[in-house]
Structure formats: structure tokens, C-alpha cells
Design a protein around this ligand. Structure first.
Ligand code: PLP
Length: 428
């Protein structure tokens, strides 16, 4: 397999782009080697500039849930393009997408569209503070909620990949109202409430994908919600990754928990830049122009992104692939575990529906500390062998792998063959 054109573009990219990328994890820093440059994608596959084709388990870090370049999405976007790209005024499609989203999440009477998951979360946090009149927020270590200052502490995703405890440039004052708890540990949340009486909300990835996949144990989420209600604090579900992916109604539908504020992104734009936050009327009424919480956006509700979102969600609802996701996910999990056993490699696989990933460790992974016991050097070997055998994975131990409904039986064979070669390489 040749990567010479990617290599050339990488060198060229270094001149005017930082690390030749526009998002750090794309730089392949934790697996070594240089990033691949992508030319195009279709269905379950992605093709790099050297013409190498891969089964894509990155899927743009989640959004491409019905596969790349779905015909219906392309048609809807082409149609929207003909009418113009941005008006700075309202369009009917914003109302249509808002209805699809609010119907899927019973705890959302109203929604506000923004342009990314980061924006959705920073607005959701502001809203929690506006509604409760309190300042402090609890987040869980290993959860990632975008790159707003207040939440760039003990974060997963790219920070975990780069082993950064936080980010340069974030002033102490920006994180002084952020408290850290441990995922799956309600006592660690309760302890903060014993010491502080000004906690507005707890933000959580209800199924975490940013320390790798970590799953809420037992009744953790329900108990968390009940506890917060008893304290007059809000639960913010960051469903940027899980919204419309775990189930059409996100992790909340699956786990039977209703958050006070929900943040969305990724799938709701079908690959176009969209984020959203929503809640019941009494909370959303705080947002301008109804209330005093200011939040705005030049391109928010962008007509092309709305068309991408409506067509993706409509097709996703029609396909209802959630059972298929679970079945295929289970097959991939078994392939990973049995091949690891065959080559005597210590491996734990965490999976929730269409989100999964392996950790090269003996320990069960239920929180960030557990995740960090994974042997990232082994992951790096595994990653490159998977690439060489036609499977594109996130270039980090601490990112979830995703499935799309475009995945086929043939793709599963490609995966099994690649895992066999890669696990063998890890064992040597
Ligand atoms: N929240 C979660 C759970 C995420 O996984 C991400 C991104 O991966 C974000 C927020 C930030 O979203 P974006 O990258 O669109 O700003």
C-alpha cells in the first residue's frame, strides 16, 4: 500500500496549516506516522488520495450514520443549493428540522440550532446557569464536550490522545467553576454537592465515546438524574455523539432517562456543520429573544446544513437500523475478542450499539482511569496494520469507532481479515 501522495500533501500542508490539519486528532500524533489525505467516500468506504480504499469506521467521528454520500441526502442538498446558501433570515426547513428533533427527544419542547457540538454545549451550559442562577458545573473526567474554555479540563478525545491535562490559553478563572467527578461514581458527584451550594448542572456523555467507549453501569444515569432533581440542579446530556445514533431518541430513549438540557451535533447535520441545544419550554424561554440569555450565530440554521440534516434524519428514521447496528456490532466485538484470544493478546472491548472500541488491557474499563491502563503502543501497531489491511480507524486509543447502516457482509469479512493480521502483529 502506497501513501506517497498523502505524504506529499502532508508536507505541503505543513506550510500554511498547523500540523497540516484542522483538528488535532487527524494528525495521527499518538499512532505515529503521517496523516492520510482523503479524496472521496461512498457508502461504507473512504478512499485516500493514493487510491487506497478503506472500510470507514471513523465516519467523520460519527455523523455519517447512513454512510457517505447517500443519494437522498445528495439530492436534498443539491436542491437547497439552487436557492442560495445563507440568508441571515429564517427558512421553513429550520422549522422542519426542529420538529424532527423535538419529536425524537420528549424533553425538548424547543431547540436552537448552532454550528457545532462545541457551540451546542457552551450554549447549554450558559442556559443551565441562566435558568438556575448558579455558576458551578460538574463534568466527568474523560468526557469531552468540545473545546470551550470551561470544559477543557480532564477531557477525553484529542486531549487524552495528546496526554494533555488541559489546554494552554485557558485562564484559571475560566475553569474555576468547573468541578470534576468520576464517571460511573455517583458518590464523587454527591461529594461536590456537600462542599458547594452553587452547582447549576452536571454535564455528561450519557454513553461516553471520548475516553474510548465507556458505558454507564447499572442505574448510574437514573440515579444521577434523581439525585440532581432532589438538589434543584440540572442534568445536561451531551448527546453530540449519541443523539440519533444510540437510538433515534439518543441515549436518553435507550436508557429511559430524560435530561433537562440536551446538546446535539454530528448526526443531526448528516455531515454538514450543525449543532443544537434544547429543553422544555420553561428552560428555553430564558434564551433570547424570549429571555435574557444571549446566544446567536451568523450561519446558524444554515439552509444547506438544514437540508442535510432533514434528509439524513428522515432516511435514518425510515431505515431504523438500530437492531442491525447492535447485531453487526456484536459480530465485530466477537471477531476482536476471539482473534485476541487466538494470538494471546489482552483485550477488552466496550460496545454500545454502533459505538465500540477495544482497549489493550486486562482491566474492565468503566472510567477514564481504567481506559488509561490500555497499552497505547499496542494500539498504534494495531492501527497501522488495520490501515494496511483496508480498515480506517480513528488514530487514537481514546476515540470511539462508529458503524453506518451502509456496512455490508463483505465489509465484515474485510474487517475480520484485517483484525487477524493486526492482532498477529500486536502479539509479536
Ligand atoms: N460533545 C461530544 C460528546 C463530542 O464527542 C464532541 C466532538 O467530538 C463535541 C461535544 C464537540 O463537537 P464539535 O467537534 O462538533 O465541536
Amino acid at each position: 500500500m502506497k501513501f506517497s501522495k498523502s505524504q506529499k500533501l502532508y508536507e505541503k500542508g505543513l506550510v500554511n496549516l498547523v500540523g497540516a490539519v484542522n483538528s488535532p486528532v487527524r494528525a495521527f500524533a499518538s499512532v505515529g506516522g503521517n496523516p492520510l489525505f482523503i479524496k472521496k467516500a461512498k457508502g461504507s468506504k473512504i478512499i485516500d488520495v493514493d487510491g487506497n480504499e478503506y472500510l470507514d469506521l471513523v465516519l467523520s467521528y460519527g455523523p455519517m450514520v447512513i454512510g457517505h454520500r447517500h443519494k437522498k441526502v445528495q439530492k436534498a442538498v443539491h436542491k437547497a443549493l439552487k436557492n442560495g446558501y445563507s440568508f441571515g433570515a429564517s427558512t421553513e426547513n429550520e422549522i422542519k428540522l426542529a420538529k424532527i428533533v423535538c419529536d425524537a427527544f420528549p424533553g425538548m419542547d424547543k431547540v436552537r440550532f448552532v454550528n457545532s457540538g462545541t457551540e451546542a454545549v457552551l450554549s447549554g451550559i450558559r442556559l443551565a446557569r441562566a435558568f438556575t442562577g448558579k455558576d458551578k458545573i460538574i463534568k466527568f473526567s474523560g468526557c469531552y464536550h468540545g473545546h470551550q474554555d470551561a470544559l477543557l479540563v480532564a477531557a477525553g478525545s484529542g486531549l487524552a490522545t495528546l496526554s494533555l491535562p488541559g489546554s494552554l490559553g485557558v485562564p484559571e478563572g475560566a475553569v474555576k467553576n468547573t468541578l470534576i467527578a468520576e464517571y460511573n461514581n455517583l458518590e464523587s458527584v454527591k461529594a461536590h454537592f456537600e462542599n458547594h451550594d452553587d452547582i447549576a448542572a452536571v454535564i455528561i456523555e450519557p454513553i461516553c465515546g471520548n475516553m474510548g467507549v465507556a458505558i454507564p453501569q447499572d442505574n448510574f444515569l437514573k440515579e444521577l438524574k434523581d439525585f440532581l432533581t432532589s438538589k434543584g440542579a440540572l442534568l445536561i446530556a451531551d448527546e453530540v455523539m449519541t443523539g440519533f445514533r444510540s437510538k433515534f431518541g439518543g441515549a436518553q430513549e435507550l436508557l429511559g432517562v430524560e435530561a433537562d438540557i440536551t446538546c446535539l451535533g454530528k448526526v443531526i447535520g448528516g455531515g454538514f456543520p450543525v449543532g443544537a441545544y434544547g429543553a422544555r419550554n420553561k428552560i428555553m424561554e430564558k434564551v433570547a429573544p424570549l429571555g435574557g440569555m444571549y446566544q446567536a450565530g451568523t450561519l446558524s440554521g444554515n439552509p444547506i446544513a438544514m437540508a442535510g440534516g432533514i434528509s439524513t434524519l428522515t432516511e435514518l428514521k425510515r431505515q431504523n437500523p438500530y437492531q442491525k447496528f447492535d447485531e453487526i456490532g456484536a459480530i465485530l466485538e466477537v471477531i476482536l475478542l476471539e482473534t485476541a484470544k487466538k494470538y494471546n493478546v489482552d483485550l477488552v472491548v466496550n460496545r454500545f450499539g454502533s459505538m465500540m472500541n477495544p482497549f489493550f488491557t486486562k482491566n474492565q474499563v468503566t472510567n477514564f482511569k481504567d481506559a488509561q491502563t490500555s497499552d497505547t503502543k499496542k494500539f498504534a501497531v494495531f492501527f497501522w496494520e488495520m490501515i494496511k489491511n483496508g480498515v480506517f480507524l480513528p488514530p487514537s486509543q481514546f476515540e470511539a469507532w462508529f458503524l453506518s447502516s451502509a456496512i455490508s457482509e463483505k465489509d465484515i469479512k474485510i474487517f475480520a481479515n484485517a483484525v487477524d493480521k493486526s492482532m498477529l502483529a500486536v502479539s509479536q
